[in-house]
Ligand binder design. Structure first.
Ligand SMILES: Cc1cc2nc3c(=O)[nH]c(=O)nc-3n(C[C@H](O)[C@H](O)[C@H](O)COP(=O)(O)OP(=O)(O)OC[C@H]3O[C@@H](n4cnc5c(N)ncnc54)[C@H](O)[C@@H]3O)c2cc1C
Length: 491
């Protein structure tokens, strides 16, 4: 499928690639998968196992995309995804995680998007370092749920969409009894800040009509104690993955695709599966020839992409309370923040600061050192005797040209159908990735499922043309038999 490597031979190789592009109707079926995150690897694995010739083109020098387990502390920490949302056998990733015997630490048994941590595992503090009484934390949690319930009425009453923030202010006008003052107000802002973290976006941009359209698998939320990397490494075994191959152009014809990478090399195949992140599609750094249809371009423009980053602080020893989440409450959700205590799950003295939305955008303008200092300053506000971290790591999902955002969300005025529109194939171009999952957007298992769906669509289309449908196995549902239960702990 590759047209050649050597720059001096490029003209000859191009000629070869163009002619093979025209000749795609003979020979065995071939597919180019663009991107080696969970969606790309799922698609490539499935098509490879269904006897397709598959090449994966990946711009980074590593696989995994927004799954990035770092080992520089001497143990694994995830700079991207770290939870399995839906710790249950229905989760499409359960077979491979179970088979590998990877432990999960369940942080919450709740299936809602608001509580990926159980309430009793929070310790919230005000800016003076005073701990908020636990009854107040739980009480305000209940008020927040009531407010969200009331926003459903606002949704019914207004035909126009609006932001979650505006809906909450309408609820306060209608139900002044739900307004909170003083510390209660600050704790409420903290809940809002957590919700903004789930969507990686500010409440004034999240759609009232669509924010709760995603589905949640049962079983609660479990941290991948040893990181996500072993999962993707296992799925990627034996695949032909070309690292440091940044795709710049995708040509499609009725009988094949030609994909060009940054240094001018071209690759041809019967079809392609595009799994690059929504932020990359938005940036137009990949040229589609002919242009994608208008409805597809509109979906790319209109679907939102949020930002959440991680600032991971490694300490000599633990000096904080034995809870899963340390929160800082403030007057506004922007001023609130939180730290995940990884010591509970992994035994290592690590806190993970996770800013989202505008706060994340402001912090990503800083140097890594300044960002780590910022997180540490927040920690010092609540724990004045905090010792200085010995190491730190900072993610850059919003500015990294390979992601240009953390994950997708529904913006005001746009329909949740955009996810589906992003997924629908255009001729022999298939689309996968978290932003094409209407049911499970912004998740690893969502990305994985869309990779399998794209593979199946691709198999059907290519093989129909070959007239050999029965010779190849269906790609879905037969990847790895469920052979081992998930190992779930809470230390
Ligand atoms: C901070 C953070 C925390 C998260 N936490 C969780 C969590 O706890 N649980 C959860 O389920 N999900 C979480 N997510 C979301 C999850 O990580 C993603 O939904 C999922 O990993 C996306 O997979 P993907 O295959 O769609 O995209 P990606 O993993 O981004 O893969 C796309 C690939 O395309 C490559 N690429 C980009 N441009 C090009 C190009 N021009 N040519 C070739 N290749 C290119 C990229 O390098 C990348 O490898 C989190 C995400 C972030 C950023």
């Amino acid at each position: 499928m590759e047209s050649g490597d050597n720059k001096s031979n490029r003209q000859v190789q191009k000629a070869h690639s163009y002619s093979s592009y025209e000749r795609r109707s003979v020979g065995s079926p071939s597919v180019i998968v663009i991107g080696s995150g969970f969606a790309g690897i799922a698609a490539a694995r499935a098509l490879h196992d269904a006897s397709f010739q598959v090449i994966v083109l990946e711009s980074r020098d590593r696989i995994g995309g927004r799954v990035h387990t770092d080992y520089s502390f001497g143990f694994p920490v995830d700079l991207g995804a770290s939870w399995l949302h839906g710790v249950c056998k229905e989760n499409p990733l359960a077979p491979v995680i179970g088979r590998l015997g990877l432990p999960l630490y369940r942080t919450s048994g709740d299936n809602s998007v608001l509580y990926d941590h159980d309430l009793e595992s929070y310790a919230l503090f005000d800016m003076d370092g005073n701990q908020v009484p636990q009854e107040l934390v739980s009480g305000v949690g209940k008020t927040f749920e009531s407010i969200l319930k009331e926003t459903e009425l606002v949704r019914q009453d207004f035909s126009e969409d609006m932001s979650i923030q505006r809906a909450i202010s309408i609820v306060f006008d209608r139900r002044p009894d739900l307004r909170l003052e003083g510390l209660g107000h600050k704790v409420l802002q903290w809940y809002l800040c957590r919700m903004e973290g789930w969507f990686a976006a500010d409440a004034d941009t999240i759609s009232l009509k669509s924010w709760d359209q995603e589905e949640l698998l049962p079983g609660g939320h479990g941290l991948m104690v040893r990181g996500y990397l072993p999962v993707i490494n296992t799925l990627a075994k034996g695949l032909d993955i070309r690292l440091s191959h940044r795709v710049t152009k995708i040509n499609r014809r009725h009988n094949g695709v030609k994909v060009t990478v940054e240094d001018g090399r071209t690759f041809v195949a019967d079809a392609a599966v595009v799994t690059v992140p929504l932020g990359v599609l938005k940036s137009n750094c990949i040229k589609f020839e002919p242009r994608l249809p208008e409805w597809k371009e509109a979906a790319i423009t209109d679907l939102g992409i949020g930002i959440e980053n991680k600032i991971i602080l490694h300490f000599e020893k633990v000096f904080w309370p034995n809870v899963e989440f340390l929160g800082v409450v403030a007057e506004t959700s922007y001023g609130c923040s939180y730290f995940l205590n990884l010591h509970k799950a992994t035994g290592h003295a690590v806190l993970v600061y996770m800013p989202a939305g505008k706060l994340a955008r402001d912090i990503q303008k800083m140097s890594d050192e300044a960002a780590a200092n910022f997180a540490f300053t927040q920690l010092r506000k609540i724990l004045p005797n905090a010792s200085t971290p010995i190491q730190f790591l900072v993610s850059h999902w919003g500015t990294d040209r390979n992601s240009l955002g953390s994950y997708s969300y529904d913006t005001v005025g746009n329909s949740h159908d955009l996810y589906e529109r992003l997924r629908i194939p255009v001729d022999n171009l298939f689309f996968a990735g978290e932003a094409t999952s209407a049911d499970y957007p912004g998740s690893v298992h969502g990305a994985y499922s869309t990779g399998l769906m794209a593979a199946e669509g691709c198999r059907m289309r290519v093989l129909e043309r070959y007239g050999e449908l029965d010779l190849f196995q269906p790609v879905m549902g037969e990847l790895v038999p469920v052979s081992a239960p998930l190992l779930i702990s809470r230390m």
